[in-house]
Design a protein around this ligand. Structure first.
Ligand SMILES: [Zn+2]
Length: 447
């Protein structure tokens, strides 16, 4: 890899910031009005387009000459225009909500039509009132007043639960620009998320020095090893679901005994309360899962120059039902996605090993490749050199040594030993016995 001999450059990345907000009861009513207004405009526009198309079809069948201009268009602007022409009649109250509300509805509906025309989705359907909803605002409608308050047109200043210090600093320094803000309500909580264009300094590219290979597993979520065979990271799967499962099951049983909405009869207050509880537990599970992935990926991107992971075919594996729950629990795709952007932030490099590289089946000491290794075998036992080693650690070591040459040179190349991307600080002659070669204390996360 070339060393770039120039001052650090600025790069622009789009980053999302999400904050829980605490609106007053009056403000919550106004926020609901925006979400309701957007849904109304969406449904009204869809109704107008459908009626027009139906009418044209009927006229055609009656033998009338129908021309292209008779059809209402579905572009964003067509729909905005259609709304402006009909809003006074359909929604005399429209001015109570910010104009972004209707712009958002027109844009979403236009996108739904595009997806349908491309064959990627079904014909747009009417949106029903639900427990959750969102509206996307353009950049000027929602602003930060300070690190603890957002200001929204027509709603005023709303307090946030947590500090927005980082985002606020970016805006003050001029290194961040809000592109859009989305207001949403899920399981009784209000959120605002900002899509922000952030300028970051790209560190000068260095040759890789600290290298780690990461094996993704089930009971140990992430196992990291250095090319010399040291265990460098071990993140246990907290099994959020299993631990919270009992809690969740209990809440669901309670909810099932309550009278839900049926044949137009409104649900009981006890049902609403019980369901809010179920949603809340789901939420806690998702939150802690997200935190664990963030913690791990930030640590890796900050502390390593080169991170090698497997090319997991997550979709294919989720089809295997026994594993499906654990895999989605562990959020493998999210792990890779976060590593992709965080490595650019911190100037490290993410390397995805070839999908056919047998990282699990290769002996990390002698390079022998097993023909078969079942998922149930938690230990790797080598017939070539009698090495016995944890399956995850063995795979992580092989990944740490992976180079594009390992794939090209065939599977018997002692896993890239002496390859092109040899870390300069590591002693390459050291026999790589995983246990003896451990020099650093591994970072242990989780239970
Ligand atoms: Zn061996």
């Amino acid at each position: 890899m070339a060393i770039v001999d120039s001052p650090p450059a600025l790069t622009t990345v789009t980053q999302a910031y999400r904050f829980a907000i605490d609106p007053s009861p009056e403000q919550a009513n106004l926020l609901r009005s925006h979400i309701g207004g957007s849904r109304f405009a969406y449904n009204a526009l869809l109704g107008l387009v459908k009626a027009n198309w139906d009418e044209n079809r009927a006229r055609k069948e009656a033998g009338e000459n129908v021309i292209k201009e008779d059809y209402l268009g579905t572009s964003h602007f067509d729909l905005l225009y259609l709304w402006a022409a009909n809003r006074d009649e359909l929604a005399p109250w429209w001015a109570a909500n910010g104009s972004s509300t209707y712009n958002d509805a027109a844009q979403r509906l236009s996108r739904a039509f595009t997806n349908w025309k491309k064959g990627a989705a079904k014909f747009p359907t009417f949106k029903r009132r639900g427990r959750s909803g969102s509206v996307r605002f353009t950049n000027t409608a929602v602003r930060l007043s300070d690190a603890h308050h957002v200001r929204m047109a027509r709603v005023g200043e709303i307090k946030t639960y947590e500090s927005m210090r980082k985002l606020h600093r970016h805006l003050e320094r001029g290194t961040g620009r809000i592109m859009a803000a989305t207001l949403s309500q899920t399981s009784g909580r209000w959120w605002v998320s900002f899509s922000v264009e952030v300028k970051r300094q790209v560190p000068v590219t260095r040759p890789p020095e600290r290298v780690i290979g990461i094996d993704v597993g089930i009971s140990i979520l992430y196992t990291g090893a250095t090319p010399s065979g040291g265990l460098a990271l071990s993140v246990a799967n907290p099994r959020h679901y299993q631990r919270s499962e009992a809690k969740l099951a209990r809440a669901q049983r309670v909810a099932s005994r309550r009278r839900g909405p049926k044949n137009g009869v409104a649900p009981s207050n006890r049902w609403l309360r019980a369901n809010a509880r179920v949603q809340q537990i789901h939420h806690q599970i998702a939150d802690s899962r997200r935190n664990l992935i963030h913690e791990t990926t930030t640590y890796l991107a900050k502390h390593y120059d080169r991170i090698v992971i497997e090319d997991l075919n997550v979709k294919g594996m989720v089809k295997n039902h026994a594993l499906a729950k654990h895999i989605s629990d562990a959020s493998w795709g999210e792990f890779r996605r976060q590593l992709e952007y965080k490595t650019t932030w911190y100037g490290s490099e993410l390397v995805v090993a070839d999908r056919f590289y047998p990282s699990s089946k290769t002996c990390s000491a002698c390079g022998t490749v097993k023909a078969k290794l079942s998922l149930g075998e938690r230990e790797y036992t080598c017939e070539g050199c009698n090495l016995v080693i944890g399956r995850d650690l063995n795979a992580a070591i092989n990944l740490a040594r992976w180079t594009s040459q390992s794939a090209a040179a065939g599977t018997h190349s002692v896993a890239g030993r002496g390859g092109e991307v040899r870390p300069s600080r590591q002693n390459i002659d050291e026999p790589a016995h995983p246990v003896e070669a451990s020099t650093e204390t591994p970072i242990l996360v989780g239970v």
